[in-house]
Design a binder for this molecule. Structure first.
Ligand code: CA
Length: 162
């Protein structure tokens, strides 16, 4: 048992019961470099996330539709469909934060990435520590928004006196 493991909990509404259950945030990693996939999967799993992996752009869309990730880590250079296209399509289907990974540091990539709806950016090579910090920050932001929405819709009516 690793005592340093930091488990992050997320509330997902169960569709069948309508109750809130605590599960690990789901993260979809889209990357075609096996060594980096291994590192990302290992590091994210260690942080307590539920990790799915896609190794090309088309599989990324397919898996995203199946697992409905809470966050996507998306490489730009991918077989079949590049990360920008994947990001553009995913943005129409989900509000989950998207962190793009790029090997090129050119400013133009950052601009394109933000235009297609990416929430954050990391230029390779990056440290896992930095990625973990960004993942955590984005998930926290999403959770706060969800909690606000829950509070707004579930607010108890003011009791009336007879
Ligand atoms: Ca790649």
């Amino acid at each position: 048992m690793d005592t340093h493991m930091h488990k992050v909990h997320f509330n997902h509404k169960s569709e069948t019961e309508g109750t809130s259950v605590t599960v690990s945030p789901r993260i979809l990693v889209v990357e075609d470099e096996p060594a980096l996939v291994d590192t990302l999967e290992y590091s994210l799993t260690r942080q307590g996330y539920d990790v799915s992996v896609a190794t090309d752009g088309l599989k990324a869309l397919e898996i995203a539709r199946q697992v409905l990730p809470d966050l996507v880590v998306l490489d730009v250079m991918l077989p079949n469909l590049d990360g920008f296209e994947v990001c553009r399509i995913l943005r129409q289907e989900t509000n989950a934060p998207i962190i793009m990974l790029t090997a090129r540091a050119e400013e133009v990539d950052k601009v394109v990435g933000l235009e297609v709806g990416a929430d954050d950016y990391l230029t390779k090579p990056f440290s896992m520590r930095e990625l973990m910090a960004r993942v955590k920050a984005l998930l926290r932001r999403v959770r706060l928004v969800r909690e606000e929405m829950t509070t707004a819709t579930n607010e108890n009516p003011v009791p009336e006196f007879p």
